[in-house]
Design a protein around this ligand. Structure first.
Ligand code: SF4
Ligand code: MG
Length: 335
């Protein structure tokens, strides 16, 4: 499979009055062409920072990419100048955020906002741009597109606005779409429609998608592969099937136990006790130690190496490492 994006050892910090927050602490993942990778985790785990780093949208200061490479179609975006990045954003890589209202300009018609990118980046004539805008409105399921292009954002419902945001993100035919909690602000029925729309768009355009979410229900619907993030690290990666049916990291297992599942009716939901570690001074070992029911002495001291369970399934947990059993006595932490 052709890789469209490969992120290696990405590290991002934010300097504040209180010290330096290590928000992303050496993240590795890749995205294959035409697939959807979901990056999942609780708020503050570094998933949005990771996606903003790919777009080089980390405000510096206070933020900084301190290490790593972001290879997109063979070129390292981490080395790009801001000027060069500007020619990529919205053209080769597009991003959709949670709140469709802030992404749209209330003073401009939908048509103007849709056509803007095409005209400014591709030098397309306004007649051509309008034709493409109508096509995109059609693709995202907005009826009567010709008339609706003349309307303003407030004349659309929240769900419709998010459809428009998606149309804008896709009009320049990007190879990569990053969607950060794209359905969080919407009600459940609309959420389902927007997720279906992502599937439809991917089938129609072949765009590769990174979906950032805290919601495993969303992931179950459209992801091909899943990367689970915790305390600035990816702790488990696998296909949707591997993560949902054979989760190996206790944190992934905890996440799955804390969300309602249609296939396990009547099972009790178990929230994960405790809170993630302080990223001003993250632990040297496994960051889940303080919350993990299986924690051993070694966990707190040494970060577990990535263990390959299958070609697609990797996990960072001492439970998967033979050496934990051989070299160190397992001492359960008192809970
Ligand atoms: Fe739990 Fe240790 Fe695995 Fe971390 S490395 S998840 S503390 S068993
Ligand atoms: Mg976020």
């Amino acid at each position: 499979m052709e890789k469209i994006l490969e992120v290696t050892n990405l590290q991002v910090t934010f300097t504040t009055y209180g010290g330096t927050v290590k928000a992303v602490r050496g993240v590795d993942f890749h995205l294959n062409k035409g697939e959807t990778l979901a990056i999942v985790g609780e708020s503050g785990c570094g998933k949005s920072v990771t996606s903003n780093a790919i777009m080089r949208l980390i405000p510096n200061p206070p933020g900084k990419i301190t290490a790593g490479s972001i290879v997109f179609k063979g070129k390292d975006l981490a080395k790009y100048s801001e000027k060069r990045m500007r020619s990529i954003r919205g053209v080769d890589i597009s991003m959709i955020f949670q709140d469709p209202m802030t992404a749209l300009n209330p003073t401009l018609t939908i048509g103007t906002q849709l056509m803007e990118g095409l005209i400014s980046h591709h030098g397309v004539s306004s007649k051509e741009a309008k034709k493409k805008a109508i096509e995109m409105m059609d693709l995202v399921g907005i009826s009567n597109p010709e008339e609706r292009l003349k309307q303003y954002p407030h004349q659309f419902s929240g769900g419709m606005r998010q459809r428009i945001v998606i149309a804008i993100a896709l009009i320049c035919e990007p190879d990569l779409l990053i969607a950060d909690e794209p359905t969080t602000a919407l009600d459940v029925t609309i959420q389902a429609q927007i997720l279906e729309l992502f599937e439809k768009i991917q089938a129609a355009t072949g765009v590769s998608i990174i979906l950032i979410t805290h919601d495993l229900g969303v992931v179950a619907k459209i992801a091909d592969r899943i990367a689970v993030m915790y305390a600035g690290k990816i702790i488990e990666t696998g296909t949707k099937r591997e993560i949902f049916y054979k989760p190996q990291h206790p944190y992934t297992q905890g996440l799955l136990n804390s969300v309602p599942r249609l296939d396990l009716k009547g099972e009790k939901l178990i929230p994960i006790d405790g809170t993630p570690p302080d990223l001003f001074s993250p632990p040297a070992g496994c960051p889940f130690t303080a919350r993990c029911p299986f924690a051993m002495e070694v966990c707190d001291k040494v970060y577990p190496a990535s263990k390959e369970l299958t070609e697609s399934h990797q996990v960072n947990c001492w439970l998967q490492d033979e050496r934990a059993k051989q070299l160190l006595t397992a001492v359960p932490l008192s809970k």
